[in-house]
Design a protein around this ligand. Structure first.
Ligand code: GLV
Ligand code: MN
Ligand code: MN
Length: 409
């Protein structure tokens, strides 16, 4: 006789996760290259359509902004829908959980509700948001910003990736922009996400609820100097933007530490990028985050002032351009309280400094987030991880919330 485990096979989370774990993964590093509107994301979207259809979705709908919605139960036009989901895209060489865990968990929560035999009292949707990381076109939460009207579709259409491809080309046309009638269908949005810190690990809790998101933004730093010969140009005669850039990296780190804030320059481009030439230009991107708006503003201003001052001494120039800003988010207090009651066992409530599509939707619909424990806290890296048991627990908790919100009877 076969044992139970052979009859049943791996648990549902493990099985569904295995279907996508290899998509867009770099064989060498184990990191993921899942860029918005790219091949790996397209493959994942095809997979999403198939799973949704097999699980009884009556419609899978593209919103013209790169976001994909699978709808179950009563027609979504009725309004008051419960929407679950997250994003498929990754940062370059990122982890596999950041984003896809929320979509796989949402699909499984809907499946669990269907398999319980209970009817859907409200429309239920699962969404895959486009280009949440902004790794390809520079603007984070691109799909949810377009959908909600926070990003002008004409500005978005002209954004270009590192290869010079415009968003409109990658999407096959200008994005649709704000879809208020689609947003109006949504009564509540819940995004499950891997935690991108160690708070749950420290608390010994597999799952937590988000209280809010720190304000954060991205600024492009254009340093310009004079290209010249590395061997023959006297040190005193140089106008080297690399020096100004290097100083700015250190200043950003120090100014952030002084304020209990976060500042990172994680991307840089150099021209002409030659070992034996003083650079003509250095372009870096500052990612800055703080607990409140005033601190964030003071941090960026301090970095700007110190960098401009240094540029004057180096004979270089600096232009600082804001590319995106995400205001602080406080998730719906009523939902947080209600979810704590449903989840029952003193599930922790914690803030995060990571950005999410839930933060964009929160300005329009009651929104909440569930976090799943990340034992090391590492994220945006191939080392990001979560145990199958914790992920399965996340699915159970999400299914409990969905049942409470949307099951009849
Ligand atoms: C997204 O994960 C971000 O916080 O940048
Ligand atoms: Mn991320
Ligand atoms: Mn994410």
């Amino acid at each position: 006789m076969l044992s139970d485990s052979v009859v049943e096979g791996p648990p549902p989370f493990t099985r569904l996760w295995a279907e996508i774990v290899g998509v867009g993964r770099d064989a060498g590093s184990g990191g993921y290259l899942r860029y918005g509107f790219g091949e790996a994301v397209r493959e994942l979207e095809g997979w999403f359509r198939g799973v949704a259809a097999a699980d009884g979705a009556h419609t899978v709908e593209a919103d013209g902004n790169g976001n994909l919605f699978a709808w179950y139960g009563p027609p979504p036009e009725r309004g008051d829908a419960v929407l679950l989901g997250s994003h498929f895209d990754s940062v370059p060489y990122g982890g596999g959980y950041d984003g896809p865990l929320g979509i796989v968990s949402a699909l499984l929560a809907v499946r669990a509700l269907r398999e319980s035999g209970r009817e859907f009292r409200r429309p239920v949707g699962v969404v895959a948001f486009a280009e949440e990381e902004g790794s390809r076109f520079g603007v984070p939460c691109l799909g949810s910003r377009l959908l909600s009207g926070a990003l002008d579709p004409d500005r978005a259409a002209g954004l270009v990736d590192r290869d010079g491809t415009a968003l409109a080309e990658a999407m096959g046309g200008r994005p649709a922009g704000a879809r208020p009638e689609l947003l109006d269908r949504i009564g509540v949005f819940v995004e499950l996400h891997i935690e991108q810190g160690r708070a749950l690990a420290d608390l010994g809790a597999p799952v937590g609820i988000a209280s809010g998101i720190w304000p954060h933004g991205r600024w492009r730093l254009d340093f310009a100097g004079e290209a010249n010969h590395a061997g023959t140009t006297r040190m005193a005669d140089r106008r080297d933007p690399m020096l100004t850039y290097a100083f700015t990296v250190l200043a950003a780190n120090k100014e952030a530490r002084l304020r209990g804030a976060h500042a990172t320059i994680g991307r840089v481009e150099v021209e002409p990028n030659a070992t034996n030439a003083i650079p003509a230009r250095v372009r870096g991107w500052l990612d800055a985050r703080a607990a409140d708006d005033a601190t964030l503003e003071a941090l960026v201003e301090a970095v700007r002032t110190r960098a401009v001052d240094r540029a004057a001494r180096d004979g270089t120039t600096l232009d600082l351009t804001r590319e995106s800003l995400s205001p602080p988010v406080e998730f719906d207090g009523g939902l947080v309280t209600a979810f704590r009651r449903v989840l029952a066992d003193g599930v922790p409530v914690l803030p995060t400094a990571a950005g999410h599509d839930a933060g964009i939707l929160a300005a329009h619909v009651p929104t909440a987030m569930l976090f799943v424990r990340n034992p090391t806290g590492v994220s945006h890296s191939p080392a990001e991880s979560a145990s199958d048991d914790d992920c399965a627990e996340g699915v159970r908790r999400l299914a409990d919330l969905l049942t409470e919100l949307a099951a009849a009877g």
